[in-house]
Design a protein around this ligand. Structure first.
Ligand code: ZN
Length: 227
């Protein structure tokens, strides 16, 4: 992985701050069935991060910043990180391995096209649509202006919310369907860090509804114990 990745690399020290034994399954409300079905909730994995930076401080609007600018720059950064992670795992996500775009609990995401028509499609197609849709928005000067003095359009926050919903679903599919490969590649500390950063950012700026994040609420709670 390279390119625009800017998180520091994982180190052994990262895992020593909190030990898995610090948190019991009982406290997290996790039953054994969940742990078998959802390996990403296992203690030895959930504590893995590449940084233990204070995510609230990292995601809050810095003093003097314009909120739309802050949302825009973070949207671009999250898109790049998630696109990169998704690309690293893309060879494992095919129409035969993932005939539907599923997430935790086998929730199925259905793509809605420009005409409002619902398309049930494979995961690689769904996430290709999603990431292409986001890329088109990010490169549209009328939506994400880059020139000094440009104004953000009415409805900008609504579009940002839509982008974050699609980015959240991209990570939800990786956790649900490709966690084994993520572990094999050693990418799980990166995935946990990115997901924690994204959920904090969305919470801080009210970008996702509780029903959007519900499929991974158990993980959000578990990761919160190690922040
Ligand atoms: Zn897949």
């Amino acid at each position: 992985m390279g390119g625009c990745h800017s998180y520091p690399s994982a180190t052994e020290a990262d895992t020593t701050t909190l030990q898995p034994s610090d948190i019991s399954n009982k406290k997290l409300g996790i039953n054994n069935n969940n742990l078998e079905e959802r390996p990403y909730l296992q203690q030895q994995y959930v504590c893995q991060r590449i940084t233990h930076t204070d995510m609230s401080a990292l995601t809050a609007l810095p003093p003097g910043f314009d909120q739309a600018e802050w949302l825009a720059s973070n949207t671009v950064a999250f898109f790049k990180h998630i696109n990169l992670l998704s690309s690293a795992l893309s060879e494992f996500c095919t129409p035969s391995t993932c005939p539907t775009a599923c997430g935790p609990g086998n929730i199925v995401y259905v793509w809605t096209d420009d005409q409002g028509k619902k398309l049930k499609c494979s995961a690689p197609l769904y996430f290709d649509y999603a990431l292409s849709y986001i890329q088109d928005l990010l490169t549209d000067e009328d939506v994400f202006p880059t020139k000094a003095g440009s104004v953000f359009p009415a409805g900008f926050v609504f579009l940002v919310q839509k982008v974050f919903l699609l980015l959240f679903r991209t990570l939800a599919h990786i956790y649900w369907s490709h966690y084994r490969e993520t572990l094999a590649l050693g990418l799980h500390p990166h995935l946990n860090t990115l997901f924690t950063h994204l959920t904090h950012f969305c919470q801080q700026h009210s970008l996702l509804e509780p029903e959007d994040t519900e499929p991974l609420q158990d993980l959000i709670t578990a990761l919160g114990q190690y922040s």
